[in-house]
Design a protein around this ligand. Sequence first.
Ligand SMILES: O=C(O)CCC(=O)C(=O)O
Length: 268
Amino acid sequence: MSDPVRRLSGQETAFYTEHGWLHAPALVEPGLIERMARKARELHSVLRDGASREGASGTVSVSAVAQAFGQNRGLAEADEDFAAPVFSPVMAGNAARLLPGEPDVRLQINNLLVKEPVGGAHGPTTFHQDFPWFPMDRSSMLTVWLALVDIPAGMGSLRFYDRSHLYGSLGRSFARDGDDAISQHPWIADLELSPPLDLKAGDATVHSALTIHGAAPNAYGTPRLSFAWTYFDAGTLYTGSPFKQTDDLGLRVNEVFDHPAFPIVPRS
Ligand SMILES: O=C(O)CCC(=O)C(=O)O
């Protein structure tokens, strides 16, 4: 079976290394995106209607994803179409080449992300870094954010503070009121903001766990449907810092994340 993900070019990996983010047009093949989008819509309508029945596709486990509206985790473990880009050897190779030293990569999390139109449940995504929340001893990690439908800038495609990954860990957002990254560090506003991106279904953005990013509210009449997943350097050590995803897994402090929840993804 051919890989549904295309290999990133040297120019793209160089851009990411310099800027801390990347727009990767047509990263995933259209047939797969159509299937993922259909399942995401089905799942969304199930969740919106508040039903707890099985997904109409029969392949998506609602119980696995209904934990948080707007952020439905673990689809790659439940459904072969969501698994395909996440466990793609080409994608794992892309991720390795984006990280310093081209390490093996582990999967950290995968998430169907839904941003409802203005007036619904969701507003903007305030600007933040991902890394400060994680119980990891190094920041060599990145997130692939894949558009499942066309996502014009006004629907809330991600924007990035250019080169903000060069400033290390800048602290947590979402911990207190008014703690977005720019309020905490007004100098960040002097960095260039990435252009508003009109993403086509199958386009992706990639950002470092140190890159400050956020998104506008969804000003369109339909939900913004994207699927995001995160890889990290397989040599990363667990610090033991409290974190819901890892607290009860029996991970050992100062050892690697050798656990089925964090598989190493074979690469080509
Ligand atoms: O989808 C969003 O609006 C935010 C996603 C995000 O912050 C992330 O994937 O790291």
